[in-house]
Design a protein around this ligand. Structure first.
Ligand code: HEM
Length: 148
């Protein structure tokens, strides 16, 4: 845990972080209604995740984990977050014969169906981790304000 007060996030980092949240919400809204839009939004969400993780890696000295729990929570979120679209792409290609993997997964319907079964429940795990992340971030913000 860092004792140094952390600088506020740069405008670029804020845009990427909140853009990622917005893309995730839109992906979830589209999930059960519009599969094509859902797949595109899901891939946009992943792109924002990649930029966010790259930014965190570049500036990790200025922004160390705010608490011991955040040290484990953030990698767990990134792993689960990254797995969801990978399984989504396999489901979309194998079960629905659509998307960039449809040619590659032609005939792998069973794999597509298996990926579809895991894809949805993994989202519940991600949402639980994100809730925990929000609580931890709010507590650490409160502590910083009290210390200032
Ligand atoms: C962060 C990104 C994503 C999130 C949060 C997400 C979330 C969800 C959710 C909540 C469902 C509904 C599950 C259910 O009905 O039980 C779903 C279904 C689905 N998603 Fe995603 N998804 C994401 C990315 C993607 C991507 C990138 C693709 C494909 C390119 C994709 C393809 C699918 C497919 C094919 C289904 C239907 C699965 C089925 O047949 O049950 N998803 N997704």
């Amino acid at each position: 845990m860092s004792k140094q007060p952390r600088p506020p996030l740069s405008p670029f980092a804020r845009i990427v972080h909140w853009g990622m949240v917005a893309a995730l919400v839109l992906t979830l809204i589209a999930a059960r209604r519009w599969l094509g839009a859902h797949a595109v939004l899901g891939m946009i969400t992943v792109l924002t995740l990649v930029v966010w993780v790259a930014w965190l890696a570049l500036f990790r000295r200025q922004y160390p984990p705010a608490s011991p729990i955040a040290r484990y929570l953030l990698p767990a979120i990134v792993v689960v977050f990254a797995l969801i679209p990978v399984l989504g792409l396999i489901a979309y290609g194998g079960k629905y014969a659509s998307g960039p993997l449809s040619g590659l997964l032609n005939g792998w319907t069973g794999l597509g169906q298996a990926a579809a079964v895991v894809h949805g429940p993994l989202v519940l795990l991600l949402l639980a981790l994100l809730l925990l992340h929000t609580i931890v971030a709010a507590i650490s913000k409160l502590r910083q304000r009290r210390a200032a």
